[in-house]
Design a binder for this molecule. Sequence first.
Ligand code: 2NL
Length: 375
Amino acid sequence: MLENPKNKAQITRLRLPTTNYQIQTTNNYLCGMEQVLQQIENLRKEIEALHIDNVKALEEYRIRFLGTKGLVKTLMGEMKNVAVEQKKAFGQTMNEFKQFAEAKYEEWKNETSNGQQSAAAEIDLTLPGDTIPVGSRHPISLMRNRMVSIFQRLGFAVAEGPEIDDDFHNFTALNLPENHPARDMQDTFYISTNPAWLLRTHTSNVQIHEMQKGKLPIRIVTPGRVYRNETISARSHCFFHQIEGLYIDEQVSFADLKQTLYFFVQEMFGKDVKVRFRPSYFPFTEPSAEMDISCLLCNGEGCSVCKKTGWLEILGCGMVHPKVLENCGIDSHKYSGFAFGMGIERPAMLKYGIKDIRLFSENDVRFLKQFTGAV
Ligand code: 2NL
């Protein structure tokens, strides 16, 4: 096929790249037309011997032979070095080779894409998909969400704030005296590089920030994580969760406080739950109280959980101390309010039968998986 006698003449300068394309040139800069024709013939034989049956090999073939830096282009580029009287014959041979290389490419392309189609046809689209592992809500989140949604139904909005705050928002504004044990380095985590900052010991700091905004009335709950320097045991940890509530308006009374909290525990623990208020003391409320509910496990009979008292301590509460209102720029003669605070871990432990508070923060999937689908 390449035995065209016109091709026999000499090419004066032929430049072919030294590549791994296996073009055998005796001399890169000067070689005969005959040799080039021999190379084309060798390449044709090489292509004929190829059997391409996959996309990757096909792409490699395309790049090597038909790409912008491929062999066909490179050989075509030699046209300029061919003597005028040989150009036609050279062009004809090259065109034949190009068409051959392209036809082979098209042939294999069809075969490989048909192959893919038939492989696709074998996929059973009716099979169920692979299950994607879905996590579950953390029991603390479950309990927090339950608590929040009850208060939301009573018109409380959710407010959040910083876990690192200053002494004023965590202590001073709340009427905690200078010598109060909570302010001790032993009880609170201070930031060592700047002891003016600390990890909040309650979420009251959020309520102080809200009161300072000066927009009244205020009706908020503040769920969040708090920190205390406690020895870690089955019953206490150095970080835990709280939800506090604050309602400030004109004419807010202790009766409002009692009814709000009574509604909350009934929604939370059932209509049969009984409550009792015991007088207590907090620097930020006056008067202050602690609220107990009848023991959920023994119905008030007395058991190990309620230490035979029939009652479970659930929250602290009181009327916001006038000094706290004034510290935040609120006129305590015009406005009054109530506040309460409770932990989230204890009720969660009660509800889900969790015996060790440390389980909440160990990230053991065997523990966490048990709450799949829980509410
Ligand atoms: C408890 C007791 C309580 C408050 C928190 C509060 C916040 C402001 C003003 C007044 Cl800004 N009070 N919060 C009031 C009474 C009790 O928490 O035992 N928590 C776990």
